[in-house]
Design a protein around this ligand. Structure first.
Ligand code: ARG
Length: 459
């Protein structure tokens, strides 16, 4: 029987019940519901609303239920209860009788579900955090293993200027450091407690809400009851943080997929993380990175979905809010798993140093270095750019790299060029020149790696 049956004279329609019930997914909040209920029972006793002995009975039965659920987390799904809150109460009633019927004094499923979901999110965020740190660690290891390997850097997917492979990996480390900042920031705002806000207007029993909040590990009690029961900003914030983090994972995956392609061939995927084709025997596919790229779409979809659910809702609680859960559970789980998988597969990715180097030398990626060289000879950059472009045109007409043009040919375009142009056009010279803060010179990149490791050790 539903917990709210008193004023109803007709039986609930099966179709309505099937549509309305949330037990099939909110059973995942069972441990949180039990934790919040234990504290609520203590709060009621503290306020003199139930006897200390009754609170103890409730807490013991709740503890036992929590242990049974550890054995079989899906136990509630087998029941006919509407949601996890009614399931917990009905289990207690089965075991304790009348005392169990006192537990819901002064509380509502509205403040309860909001509390449960925050507790759930706190645990999920902590798992995401560890996996994110694991991914950062794996990227740093990859950067270190890449040593001083150089590959082409791209703009417009055209070879632009050479960069260190480690510099590429450290770019994603920067993104993930920001992701971590967003996660931590959202976690701060998450950590306020709705319990004791009642259905919407505040509870009618004299519980100490700050004490309840503290018992559950929250920083404070939510300040406004209407907001407390209807606020799902934290769902949006974590979904947004996940979407952006997974956008980074997706871009990294896209890079890796290209770098592993026959066209680039810069990286090699280990067999242990590759899949084959059922038809084409030669194939070795980067499915894992494609899936990571694909997951980002699924996660972004959840962000859009929750914003749409919330945007037209009047205060305070509305049943639309039950739609906050399934997508969000999935999002947090997929986010965590994706980061964990990324950390697991990165060690199976290796750099083909010679291929990278060869490619970095192709495509006139030292044309900027030639322009910079001319600037060193006192030529204004805009003119130097033009002269270097003319030399690229001549060299490409002869299918030669810039450094194989003869001095005489170069001097025809610009008489200021002398023999010292050749060392200036080497890959090493170009790399070493990009030596301002944040550039790709080894002198910048190697300390950046050390700094990133030091930062990670503080997390
Ligand atoms: N299953 C509900 C949810 O997830 C719990 C709160 C129900 N509250 C109510 N007033 N019907 O949102």
């Amino acid at each position: 029987m539903a917990m709210w049956g008193g004023r109803f004279t007709e039986a609930t329609l099966d179709e309505f019940k099937a549509f309305n019930d949330s037990i099939s997914f909110d059973y995942q909040l069972a441990q949180q519901d039990i934790a919040a209920s234990k504290v609520w029972a203590a709060g009621l006793a503290k306020a003199g609303l139930i006897a200390a002995d009754e609170a103890k009975q409730l807490q013991q039965a709740l503890q036992q239920l929590a242990e049974e659920l550890l054995q079989n987390p899906r136990l509630p799904v087998e029941s006919d209860e509407e949601d996890i809150h009614s399931w917990v109460e009905s289990k207690l009633t089965e075991r304790l009788g009348a005392v169990a019927r006192k537990l819901h004094t002064g509380r509502s499923r509205n403040d309860l579900v909001a509390t449960d979901l925050r507790l759930w999110t706190r645990a999920a965020a902590s798992a995401v955090r560890s996996s994110l740190l694991g991914s950062i660690q794996a990227l740093l290891n990859f950067a270190e293993a890449a040593g001083t390997a150089v590959m082409p850097g791209y703009t417009h997917l055209q070879r632009a200027q050479p960069v260190m492979v480690a510099h590429w990996a450290l770019a994603y480390v920067e993104m993930m450091k920001r992701d971590l900042g967003r996660l931590d920031d959202a976690s701060k705002r998450l950590n306020v407690c709705p319990l004791g806000a009642g259905a919407l207007a505040g509870t009618g029993v004299p519980v100490d809400r700050s004490w309840l909040a503290q018992q559950l590990g929250f920083d404070a009690a939510a300040a406004n009851s209407l907001d407390a029961v209807s606020d799902r900003d934290f769902v949006v914030e974590f979904s947004a943080a996940a979407s952006l983090c997974m956008t980074h994972v997706s871009r990294l995956s896209e890079d890796v997929i290209f770098f592993c392609s026959g066209e680039a061939g810069f990286f090699k995927l280990g067999d242990a993380i590759s899949s084959g084709s059922s038809l084409m025997p030669q194939k070795k596919n980067p499915d894992v990175f494609e899936l990571l790229r694909g997951k980002s779409g699924r996660i972004l979809g959840q962000l859009v979905a929750i914003l749409h659910v919330l945007k037209g809702l009047p205060l305070a609680y509305n049943k639309d809010m039950q739609e906050d859960k399934q997508g969000f559970f999935d999002l947090m789980q997929q986010w965590q798993q994706s980061l964990q998988v990324l950390a697991t597969v990165l060690p199976h990715l290796s750099v083909k140093v010679a291929v990278c180097r060869q490619a970095a030398e192709l495509g006139y990626s030292n044309a900027t270095d030639l322009a910079d060289y001319l600037v060193g000879k006192g030529i204004p950059f805009r003119d130097a750019h033009h002269l270097s472009g003319q030399l690229v045109l001549i060299a490409s007409g002869q299918q030669l790299p810039l450094e194989q043009l003869s001095l005489t040919e170069m001097q025809k375009v610009c008489p200021d060029i002398s023999e010292d142009v050749y060392p200036a056009l080497t890959l090493e010279a170009g790399m070493a020149r990009r030596n301002a803060l944040g550039g790709t010179s080894p002198e910048q990149v190697l300390p950046a790696l050390v700094q990133a490791r030091a930062w990670l050790a503080t997390q």
